[in-house]
Write a protein that binds this ligand. Structure first.
Ligand code: NAD
Length: 267
């Protein structure tokens, strides 16, 4: 039987792509759709708003009501709205896939607390390619001892958080592989007379422009050579498909905290 999904942030760039991915997946069905209070799309049908088909559940601003017949919730609203809705998600009592990025440490802890009550997938990037890249980056960092690690990410000009959640996950993977503490070694900006690069620095730089769905490159600079590991998302469909895969996987899991590596069977 199809897994029934409620999409929170239904009118967003990701929400619409997730609606289309659900529409095209015979193992999934949309059981509810929510956007913020005052949104123009309230009262519209999900698939029509997404431009992928006719009908679909009516978009409301009431999570508990919209999620009541769902097996799984998918939330792609942003760190702040997700954080503000955590108590409602606890009340709803459903497994939840969270794709929002940019959580502070405190907000992340609150998400972890929710996972004591319901199963939670929290992943800053739902694509198979990025999650494989995370493994490659960790391994490269382990093998390339002493190489300078730098990371550049590029996203569209509407993105609100920086660096991207994916960039931070890649930086974490590199730090782990190299045996470094990311918080102690991350450098987010360079300007002026900054002196020589410290050997353990992990530079993380952000570009914003146009409609880029998401590009990430991790550089390992050595003497006389460098290795670059790049992931380019051509479209948001890769994240949306991953979110639906995560929802189908999570539907029958016990409460707890999961990530995309768990969903994809990479760990
Ligand atoms: P967006 O601004 O286009 O969409 C967000 C949607 O959420 C909007 O329709 C907005 O009205 C709605 N919203 C805001 N507050 C709400 C609330 N309280 N209740 C219900 N709906 C609410 O943004 P986007 O580009 O779709 O990205 C959304 C989030 O997903 C961002 O944090 C982004 O970084 C993240 N993202 C994650 C992945 C991944 O693979 N995990 C991929 C792409 C984007």
């Amino acid at each position: 039987m199809a897994v029934k999904i409620c999409i929170i942030g239904a009118a967003g760039r990701m929400g619409k792509n997730i609606a289309e991915a659900v529409y095209n997946n015979e193992n999934a069905d949309a059981a509810g759709a929510v956007d913020r209070k005052g949104s123009d799309v309230l009262g519209q049908n999900l698939y029509e708003t997404a431009g992928c088909g006719k009908g679909g559940p009516v978009i409301t601003d009431d999570i508990l009501e919209s999620a009541k017949n769902a097996d799984v919730i998918i939330d792609f609203t942003g760190a702040e709205p997700t954080y503000n809705n955590l108590s409602i998600y606890e009340k709803a009592g459903k497994p939840i896939v969270i794709g929002s990025t940019g959580f502070s440490d405190e907000q992340k802890k609150a998400v972890e607390k929710l996972s004591e009550k319901v199963p939670v997938v929290l992943a800053p990037n739902m694509s198979l390619g990025v999650n494989v890249a995370l493994e490659l980056i960790k391994e490269a960092a382990r093998l390339l001892k002493g190489y300078d690690i730098e990371l550049v990410e590029t996203h569209h000009n509407m993105k609100k958080d920086a660096p991207s959640g994916t960039a931070m996950a890649m930086a974490e993977a590199a730090a782990k592989g190299a045996g470094l503490n990311l918080a102690e070694n991350a450098v987010y900006a360079r300007h002026g007379i900054i002196g020589e690069r410290k050997p353990n620095e992990i530079g993380i730089q952000t570009l914003r422009g146009g409609d880029v769905a998401g590009d990430h490159t991790v550089f390992f600079f050595g003497n006389g050579e460098r290795i670059e590991i790049t992931h380019r998302a051509h479209s948001r469909k890769t994240f949306a498909g991953g979110a639906v895969t995560a929802a189908l996987w999570l539907a029958d899991k016990p409460k707890g905290m999961y990530n995309m590596q768990n969903v994809l069977g990479l760990v």
